[in-house]
Design a protein around this ligand. Structure first.
Ligand code: NAD
Ligand code: TYD
Length: 336
């Protein structure tokens, strides 16, 4: 089987390629990635000599290179995206080009090449926000109500993927997943930023009151869920992935502080994110019941392992916090 993984040099994509070649060593994986600031081939260094892995530098919004990469492919797994909400607030345009136009170009090429399956990796952020006092959770029937430019661009991409199924019978599946954490995450998201800042002697910036809630999932559990959807998922269907692990940001930060032996003096409350979604939570009953998915990892244990990974892999992340990152950081973080 030949699999085209787009965005395979990013956080989840690189974890997925490692996972896939470990569990399906006979398959051939092509990683198609533009190598934006978030793409890093060092995350896949150990696979350079694996003859079942190859890399193509390319942009999903460029039809010519997408057409070439798609030749002979059986399955497409689309991770490629601009993925950070804060950057989508600073500059929405690349989110539309990659997440919306790029997805449509991939869908067209997949249709022309008659791929066996097109799997689209999406987010729970397309559903908008839940309130802190409700017990509601997002599921496959929840109405789309995206609030950030990032979420709106992912929502548009999901709609296009569904439309290619209904209109052209392209064999698609979609997953909407909660927040991931684990190794190889660019140090801009809450957990990777908090750990690396502490390891650099810096403070952790906390938006607003710190009581925003996310449902944190260990990245390998996400990869296994996608594997199951590829193997047994019903064509044309969506599956929500999450772990009932909704935790306020401030509690996660306190856990990280404790693991690294720091106190609360390392917390810095900063100006809140505009339009900040209060709470995300997922009801993953469908993927559990229909496909037999169960998360394997306990949150506290996986968080400790993740902290250890960043401690042991400074060479991987320190160079990502370069001058360009510092410029972004200065623009993004305003002390209250
Ligand atoms: P990431 O930002 O770490 O990686 C994105 C990758 O896509 C990078 O390697 C980048 O170089 C590549 N890329 C960007 N634009 C491209 C383009 N035009 N053409 C080709 N490649 C391009 O993102 P991630 O956290 O690994 O997320 C992967 C996918 O999962 C995204 O679609 C995201 O929306 C979705 N998702 C992420 C999370 C999360 O918590 N990180 C949760 C749910 C869903
Ligand atoms: P993030 O990791 O950016 O994921 P998302 O916004 O896609 O859910 O943020 C997770 C939560 O942490 C969110 O409520 C915003 C908050 N946050 C901070 O408080 N400080 C930070 O520096 C970052 C990056 C996020």
């Amino acid at each position: 089987m030949k699999i085209l993984v787009t965005g395979g040099a990013g956080f989840i994509g690189s974890n997925f390629i490692h996972y896939w070649l470990k569990n399906h060593p006979q398959d051939k994986v092509t990683n198609f990635d533009k190598l934006t600031y978030a793409g890093n081939l060092e995350s896949l260094k150990d696979l350079e000599k694996n003859s079942n892995y190859n890399f193509i530098k390319g942009d999903i919004s460029d039809p010519v290179s997408v057409k070439e990469a798609m030749a002979g492919i059986d399955i497409v797994v689309n991770f490629a995206a601009e993925s950070h909400v804060d950057r989508s607030i600073l500059d929405p345009a690349p989110f539309i080009t990659t997440n919306v136009v790029g997805t449509q170009i991939l869908l067209d090429a997949a249709l022309k090449n008659k791929v066996r399956k097109f799997h689209h990796v999406s987010t729970d952020e397309v559903f908008g926000a839940l309130t802190l006092d409700s017990k509601d959770r997002f599921n496959e029937e929840t109405k789309y109500s995206p609030n950030s430019p990032y979420a709106a661009s992912k929502a548009a991409s999901d709609h296009l993927v569904r439309a290619y199924f209904h209109t052209f019978s392209l064999p698609i599946t979609i997953t909407n997943c909660s927040n991931n954490f684990g190794p190889y995450q660019f140090p801009e998201k809450l957990i990777s930023l908090a750990i690396t800042n502490l390891l650099e002697g810096k403070k952790i910036p906390v938006y607003g009151d710190g009581l925003y809630v996310r449902d944190w999932l260990y990245v390998e559990d996400h990869c296994r869920a996608i594997d199951l959807v590829l193997e047994k998922g019903k064509i044309g269907e969506t599956y929500c992935i999450g772990v009932d692990n909704d935790i306020p940001n401030i509690l996660i930060i306190k856990k990280i502080l404790k693991t690294l032996g720091f106190g609360e003096e390392k917390i810095e409350y900063v100006k809140d994110r505009p339009g900040h979604d209060r709470r995300y939570a997922i009801d993953a009953t469908k993927i559990k019941k229909d496909l037999g998915w169960q998360p394997k990892y306990d949150f506290d244990q996986a968080l400790e392992e993740t902290v250890k990974w960043y401690q042991g892999n400074k060479d991987w992340w320190q160079k990502l916090k370069d001058k360009k990152f510092e410029d972004y950081y200065k623009r993004q973080y305003v002390t209250r």
